[in-house]
Design a protein around this ligand. Structure first.
Ligand code: PMP
Length: 428
């Protein structure tokens, strides 16, 4: 089955499946051959790994070239750089000495420690909801909550650009579901209007900021629909918790909408540089989730060290409010540079900056050259995004220096001209 060498693996898999190749052996043979050729040509960025852990720079190796090369790292969500904060690291080391490594079992089976309890209490105060439940990851927070919360006769409507954990959770619920056009309040309203009398409840699921596009949800407008229609709203704050709102309390809090949003979920692997996830809600939903969200009931708690990293990160955010300000300043600076050079950043606003390069072949070659210049990010292509909406994504962190931003912008500028992504020279 022929395809261009630059075709991303996921697109190739879709192509093969549409051509009737579904047998696992045959499908895997085609994909493996394609993968090996891409690795060989340096086109398979997903196979890279760091030899040094992540910071604003890292030594990056790949399955073929494992000697490692120094790169500026743009694909990690440690927005506040707290994974390298000495206070956080010291507290984690102490906790591991005192509490040991793993938790050994789920919270329901006795795996919860005082540290986990402190995390839940801290999140509850920070967000200002009655109850908080801590999950082992952000992914399994969505998977567990969305499969468990809707009742048998409920409809789920979610944004078309939603993360895989939302889609999988919705599908696992077994409920009727549909999507609405990305960030399109009119489309959502027409669906609420059409279906409000046909279901017992409607759950609307959105993200506060979208990871592929870096745009923020029209949260005020969506919440305002509650005046006309009855529905629950579930907001995933994966990309805003810790970096918006007072003390990082999130985007719902930033807009003063905490009481209007029924379920506020987030991951703790991004701004708080650990792992874990949570949902904040009215306390009355807690027992329901205890017994219906399998990812809570039957999955081991995060480790005491992970839980300590969350607590310590939240303390750092509280004590250093300038961290959040600095991140947003850097975000504005990098955006100004790139837009003044003529790059298309779509409708992005958050510290996720997508640089759109619609032509897939150009995008893959562009990113390969960027990597050769010591700048590492990943390409996002169909079916992760719509065809012709491919992009390279730059995720900003407070840890990125002005020099690293400038080096990256200059490389993008030179390659942008070379590949015809931008038309002509302008000044940054
Ligand atoms: N929700 C969204 C919107 C995400 O972007 C992610 C991670 N990329 C998750 C949930 C899952 O979080 P985690 O990887 O920390 O489990």
């Amino acid at each position: 089955m022929q395809t261009k060498i630059s075709t991303p693996i996921l697109s190739y898999m879709k192509q093969l499946e549409s051509e009737g190749i579904t047998n696992i052996e045959e499908l895997s043979d085609y994909l493996y051959e394609h993968y090996l050729r891409q690795v060989d040509l340096g086109l398979y960025s997903n196979g890279r790994y760091t030899l040094t852990g992540s910071d604003s720079t890292a030594t990056v190796a790949s399955t073929l070239v494992n000697s490692g090369e120094e790169c500026i790292l743009w694909c990690i969500n440690h927005y506040l750089g707290l994974n390298r904060n000495q206070n956080v690291i010291d507290k984690v080391c102490l906790a591991v000495r005192e509490f040991g490594t793993g938790s050994g079992t789920s919270a329901m089976s006795g795996g919860m420690s005082i540290i986990h309890k402190r995390v839940e209490d801290k999140l509850q105060h920070l967000i200002g909801k009655e109850g908080v439940l801590l999950f082992p990851t952000g992914f399994t927070t969505n998977l567990g909550c969305l499969s468990a919360l809707p009742g048998k006769h409920d409809l789920i409507i979610f944004d078309r650009e939603s993360h895989a954990s939302i889609i999988d959770g919705v599908k696992l619920s077994g409920n009727k579901w549909m999507t609405f056009k990305h960030n399109n309040v009119g489309d959502l309203e027409s669906k609420l209007n059409k279906y409000q009398d046909k279901y017992e409840n409607i759950f609307v699921v959105i993200e506060s900021a979208y990871s592929m596009s870096g745009d923020l949800a029209p949260l005020r407008e969506i919440v305002a629909l509650k005046q006309k229609y009855k529905f629950f709203i579930y907001v995933d704050e994966a990309h805003t918790f810790g970096i918006y709102g007072k003390n990082g309390s999130g985007y719902c809090s930033h807009l003063g909408l905490v009481d209007d949003v029924d379920f506020i979920a987030a991951t703790l692997s991004k701004a708080t540089s650990s792992i874990g996830g949570f949902v904040a809600m009215k306390s009355k939903y807690i027992p329901l989730l205890h017994w219906r969200a399998s990812t809570y009931t039957f999955q081991a708690c995060l480790t005491p060290g992970d839980a300590t990293a969350i607590l310590a990160s939240l303390e750092e955010i509280e004590q250093n409010p300038q961290l959040i300000e600095l991140l947003h300043e850097k975000n504005q600076y990098m955006r100004r540079c790139l837009t003044s050079l003529g790059f298309d950043l779509g409708t992005s606003q958050s510290p996720i900056i997508p640089v759109f390069i619609p032509d897939v072949e150009k995008l893959m070659a562009f990113n390969k050259e960027l990597y050769a210049r010591g700048i590492f990010s990943v390409s996002i292509v169909y079916p992760g995004v719509k065809p012709h909406e491919g992009r390279i994504r730059f995720i900003l962190s407070v840890a990125h220096t002005k020099e690293q931003i400038d080096t990256t912008v200059n490389a993008l500028y030179e390659l942008g001209l070379k590949y015809g992504v931008i038309a002509h020279a302008m000044t940054a």
